[in-house]
Design a binder for this molecule. Structure first.
Ligand code: AMP
Ligand code: GLY
Length: 424
């Protein structure tokens, strides 16, 4: 069986590593991949949103399952494209169709969905330039801080959290009237600020059955102590110690079941991952957001903890037999620390040679923004690689990740030295 993975991050390297280990998998292709996936699979340099190029690749290489890493191809309809094509329609795609991808692609849609199916979430209303004055009036009914979200995809930048009412009004106007985030902010969701501590729970569903994967916590800010600009994620830990059985049972009953049930009632045949961003407020879960894919770098701690064959789970999704599948998760903790290019998440240099990788023994290196140049591994993105380790405790795992990092270097390499600071 040949598999294609779309994407190029640490998440996709983690998928690749699990799938090449499967006795049922012959060849893994990654499009476009990175220097890490290149070592263990076949990279093909195409853009995952170029569906005609994806089609050609799939047919030429006898691909039997396509796993979609990032959200863009899903929101753009890669799964729908397959279903509409005679030659592709029987090739399963792991990732929802456009209708399901709206859970991430439209905040307004996902809030309406949660409201309709009684999934706990912050109180909200949506506004456009046509009812801007109503938006100002709604802001006045809320307590600070104020949460403003661009409805559409805005490269992870579309959420503003503001302390003053005046600022919130200015930004609302900037978003809906002056296209602060382009078309994505022509509708804005304003919602109540949720207190608590964040974590994520990942669900894999075949549209009828579901499996809850290990929980994880990521560290989104660039600066130690969770300060500074938001990034894609600077590190992650799994499992999350405060997500105990009692809390996770609540998540399953109050969030996962109504979500799967709601999708069915909406007639959305959802096959793929649902990433549920949660706030834990004194043991009570509330949904911050849905994503329609795995998280990055969360995948780099969630998948390594799954000891069973990941292909079997995908096979269950493809054939709607996920209820017949089981999987084993190690009790050990996994931690990952992201090495980033100096300057990220703002401007940064590329093409810096990375050295010391061969000296790392106690960790798994998941490449993200890397490429091969003249046979050498160089940086090619802001987030460069995630260093994942196991331990009997968070501290033990972190110590290994940081020990491994001490062996790796590239010009202006940066990373957070305090991943897990709030948990240990
Ligand atoms: P989102 O893209 O919806 O995940 O929002 C990005 C980040 O903003 C989240 O990870 C939270 O840290 C924060 N956030 C979003 N919505 C809320 C909320 N209602 N209350 C508090 N924090 C929020
Ligand atoms: N680490 C957050 C995300 O993947 O969206």
């Amino acid at each position: 069986m040949n598999i294609l993975i779309l994407g190029s991050g640490g998440r996709e390297h983690a998928f690749t590593l699990k799938l090449v280990e499967s006795p049922k998998v012959n060849s893994v292709f990654v499009a476009p991949g990175n220097a890490g996936t290149n070592e263990i699979a076949t990279n093909v340099n195409i853009n995952p949103t170029d569906f005609d190029a994806v089609k050609k690749l799939v047919l030429e290489n006898n691909i039997k399952i396509v796993v979609v890493g990032p959200e863009a191809p899903l929101v753009n309809g890669v799964h729908d494209f397959f279903l509409a094509d005679d030659k592709l329609k029987n090739i399963p795609v792991i990732g929802p169709k456009k209708d399901g991808a709206l859970l991430e692609g439209s905040k307004d849609f996902s809030k309406k969905f949660m409201e309709k199916y009684n999934v706990p979430t912050a109180k909200y209303k949506s506004f456009t330039s046509d009812n801007l004055e109503d938006g100002f009036a709604f802001l006045e009914t809320l307590e600070p801080p104020y949460v403003l979200k661009a409805d559409g995809l805005a490269a992870g930048k579309g959420v503003l959290i503001l302390n003053s009412l005046e600022e919130a009004k200015i930004e609302l106007k900037e978003m809906v009237s002056n296209q602060k985030f382009g078309e994505a902010s022509s509708t804005v969701v304003i919602e109540e600020f949720l207190k608590g501590i964040e974590l994520s729970v990942f669900v894999l569903t075949d549209g009828k059955n579901y499996k809850i994967l290990p929980s994880a916590k990521d560290y989104k800010r660039i600066g130690e102590g969770d300060v500074g600009l938001n990034t894609g994620g600077m590190g992650a830990i799994s499992p999350v110690p405060f997500a105990d059985d009692n809390f996770l049972n609540k998540v399953e009953e109050l969030v996962v079941k109504p979500t799967i049930d709601g999708l069915q009632k909406e007639g959305i045949d959802y096959k793929g991952f649902i990433f549920i961003g949660l706030m834990n407020d004194n043991g009570n879960p509330s949904v911050v957001e849905y994503n329609v894919r795995m998280g990055d770098p969360e995948t780099e701690v969630v998948l390594p903890r799954i000891e069973s064959d990941l292909f079997e789970l995908f096979d269950g999704v493809a054939n709607q037999t996920l209820n017949e599948k089981s999987f084993v998760v190690t009790k050990q903790t996994a931690t990952t620390v992201m090495l980033v290019s100096g300057g990220y998440p703002e401007a940064y240099d590329k093409n810096k040679e990375i050295s010391g990788l061969e000296d790392v023994a106690d960790s798994t290196i998941f490449h993200a923004g890397t490429a091969l140049k003249n046979g050498k591994v160089v940086t090619s993105g802001g987030r460069v690689m995630a260093i994942t380790s196991f331990g009997d405790s968070i501290q033990e795992a972190l110590d290994k990740s940081y020990e491994s990092i001490s062996k790796i270097s590239f010009d202006k390499m940066n990373y957070r030295k305090d991943i897990g600071f709030d948990l240990v």
